[in-house]
Unconditional design. Structure first.
Length: 219
């Protein structure tokens, strides 16, 4: 029996993946191309095409196993090896791919839940601080922008700018929001930092990797 090497991607049969899927224990990542995804895909799958696959931007979700799949299992295994080389652990790919999934009689969608715009911004996992502020703090409490500005003693423009994404969260605003909503002082700054880093990696990650050689590689 062959021993598993450190760069082996963990295989999982479609039957096993379906059990995880039905329990909502996993995030399925489709590494095929947009045209293939538009034709058919597993409902709820996230599209990250292998042609633009960036291991540094791969989602890491606590409490959920991430499972890669493609048409027959070759590209998903290749993407898994890229992740392992980048330091990701417990990388799983679905053997047989979508072909085996369909052969087992499991559900696929022939159209995405919403139209896929090839020129659209890629899916981001780190929300803007303004979105979190509005959806998770202000809306449940029924607080408007003007009222919040008054409660934390800042101008309306500062709150509205963060909500619209036109202004970043400053250190002072983070402290004021933290005091009012009883969060950690750096909570809002960290949201801003993670949001900005994710978008910078999408926009500049490839260029930075081409332009800069890590110092250890020069030793």
């Amino acid at each position: 029996m062959l021993q598993k090497t450190p760069l082996d991607v963990t295989p999982a049969s479609v039957e096993t993946v379906k059990q995880w899927y039905d329990r909502n224990d996993i995030l399925l990542v489709d590494v095929r191309e947009v045209s293939e995804f538009e034709k058919e895909h597993i409902p709820g799958a996230l599209l990250l095409p292998l042609s633009g696959f960036d291991p540094e931007l791969f989602p890491v979700l606590e409490g959920k196993k991430v499972v890669l799949y493609c048409a027959i299992g070759k590209r998903s295994e290749a993407a898994g090896k890229m992740l392992l080389n980048e330091g990701h652990l417990d990388v799983v790919h679905m053997t047989g791919g979508l072909k085996a999934w369909k052969a087992a009689g499991y559900e696929v969608e022939d159209l995405p839940p919403a139209p896929v715009d090839k020129a659209a911004e890629p899916a981001f996992l780190c929300p803007a601080p303004g979105d979190v502020l509005r959806d998770e703090y202000m809306a449940p409490l029924g607080i408007g922008a003007g009222e919040l500005a008054g409660r934390i003693s800042v101008g309306d423009a500062a709150v509205r700018g963060v909500l619209s994404g036109e202004l970043p969260v400053s250190a002072e605003l983070s402290l004021r929001l933290a005091r009012f909503f009883s969060t950690a002082g750096d909570f809002w700054l960290r949201l801003q930092m993670e949001h900005d880093l994710e978008r910078a990696r999408h926009a500049l990650g490839g260029t930075i990797r081409r332009d800069i050689t890590p110092r250890c590689a020069l030793c």
